[in-house]
Design a protein around this ligand. Structure first.
Ligand code: PLP
Length: 358
């Protein structure tokens, strides 16, 4: 077996150690059955589910006043769930827009609340975030929505926007667990698992308890934070396999030393890659350095006609899924927790050699 270094933005690489563990437990998880074959209401699965939650709570330091929900429908379902749960019918919500995903969230959110654009960084790909002094925030908004990391543009806001008493609704799909955060600065955090946590099919929602039931609105039960919290995310059959794998990823991270260690590793990875890009004449990244993503590093080749050859030769070298999103072109290397520094070193070595031969 040879594993490629997989730079996909999502579904993304999983840690080798986690895949090995899944393989060893796959036909018999201790009960003579695969974890995929057991009831979500069995004692065995409930233990797996509870351990996953407690590991995630440890990793992120989630306060007791927050509920952790294991939902389905991806981040995209949360684009609707956030307004349905948080905004009363007579309220509006503020949206901070600086990329593809926040723009989609604005469109979908606007179908369920009066969504107002507090800041718009302009057409994609954005390369900087307008100064907060220019944002038009409403002190009576039900929430302020933003995407902490724009996966396609490779643009990240590391510091948390100041919104006074208005709760933040934060899409962390592509940055969660990349380093420590202060959960208490957010009203609700959500993230699809398939980037930095596990397989597709699971969405993690971390919501402050007092916001649950706030809107008083009718909504589909599977999007209702209150119904999901009451049932411990087992209102209906949850994505059991994805939940199990996410739990393995969380304990892999804890064993590694938690998010402080993840931060050190991720900092070294992104510094190495951005330095290689900035030090070359063939590659460039146009994102303002203070907003460069730690997890999705985008770059373009000076001569676009070399793109196909670059991708083909990279693949030959075992470096796959480097093509940028179709809407922005160029290249993108997603370097989530499961990407070891060796993968980034191999990429940087390949880029250097390609440049010398170009
Ligand atoms: C991938 C992604 C989404 C969409 O996630 P789905 O789970 O496919 O709905 C939303 N927001 C961000 C920031 C993403 O990276």
């Amino acid at each position: 077996m040879t594993r490629a270094f997989n730079f996909s933005a999502g579904p993304a690489a999983l840690p080798d150690a986690v895949l090995e563990r899944i393989r060893s437990e796959l036909p018999d998880s201790g009960s003579g059955m695969s974890v995929m074959e057991i009831s979500h209401r069995s004692r065995q699965f409930i233990e797996i589910a509870e351990e996953a939650e407690s590991s995630l709570r440890k990793l992120l330091g989630i306060p007791d006043s927050y509920r952790v929900l294991f939902m389905q429908g991806g981040a995209t379902a949360q684009f609707a769930a956030v307004p349905l749960n948080l905004a009363r019918p007579d309220e509006s919500a503020d949206y901070l827009v600086w990329g593809h995903w926040s723009r989609l969230a604005l469109g979908e959110g606007g179908r369920f609340t009066s969504a107002s654009v507090a800041v718009d960084a302009g057409p994609s790909p954005c390369s900087a975030i307008p100064d907060p002094s220019t944002w038009a925030l409403d002190a009576d908004a039900a929430y302020v929505y933003y995407a902490a990391n724009e996966t396609i543009e490779g643009l990240e806001l590391a510091r948390v926007p100041a919104t006074g008493k208005v709760p933040l609704a934060t899409d962390m799909s592509s940055t969660i667990l990349s380093r420590p955060i202060d959960v208490s600065e957010h009203g609700v955090i959500f993230a699809g698992a398939q980037k930095n946590m596990g397989p597709a099919g699971l969405t993690i929602v971390i919501v402050r308890e007092d916001l649950i039931g706030r809107s008083g609105r009718q909504m589909p039960a599977v999007l209702d934070y209150g119904r999901m919290a009451e049932s411990r995310s087992m209102l209906n059959t949850p994505p059991t396999f994805a939940w199990y794998v996410a739990g393995l990823v969380f304990s892999w991270l804890l064993d590694m030393g938690g998010l402080a260690e993840a931060e050190a590793r991720n900092r070294a990875k992104k510094d190495l890659l951005y330095e290689a890009i900035d030090g070359s004449t063939l590659y460039s990244n146009r994102v303002d350095p203070q907003y460069r993503s730690w997890t999705n590093v985008v770059f373009t080749l000076e001569d676009e006609s070399l793109d196909e050859r670059f991708l083909a030769e990279a693949k030959e070298a075992g470096l796959v899924n480097l093509k940028g999103h179709r809407t922005v072109g160029g290249m993108r290397a997603s370097i989530y927790n499961a990407m070891p520094i060796e993968g980034v070193e191999a990429l940087v070595g390949f880029m250097d050699e390609f440049e010398r031969n170009a």
